[in-house]
Design a binder for this molecule. Structure first.
Ligand SMILES: [Zn+2]
Length: 108
């Protein structure tokens, strides 16, 4: 491999160029995961929770932004329903055991 900055050749796999310090590690594929509606973090359909998960944002912030879009022009409402239709639901957890701390599942 070659350093993209200074052109120094490396025969071994190195993470950083020893001449200029440029990172030579191959970055992991960004956002390989799918955007899905959240099953755990939802008020209506989990659209905001899914966006928050995907964008690594606070779900409350996403809801505020979405509500602002809804009030200023109404596109947030339309966008929400479009997202509801097109976004797949988050896959069910693999384990059959109830998730810890889930209030809905603690009743027997
Ligand atoms: Zn270099």
């Amino acid at each position: 491999m070659f350093c993209p900055q200074c052109g120094k050749e490396y025969t071994q796999r190195v993470n950083f160029c020893c001449q200029c310090g440029t990172s030579l590690s191959i970055p992991a594929p960004a956002h390989a995961r799918k955007i899905t509606r959240s099953r755990t973090d939802h008020k209506i359909a989990g659209v905001c929770g899914g966006f928050a998960n995907y964008l690594e944002l606070d779900v409350t912030l996403v809801r505020i932004l979405w509500l602002m879009l809804a009030f200023f022009g109404g596109w947030g409402v339309i966008g929400y329903f479009i997202a509801w239709i097109v976004m797949p639901e988050e896959p069910l957890p693999q384990t059959s055991a109830a998730p810890a701390g889930s209030p809905a599942l603690q009743r027997t």
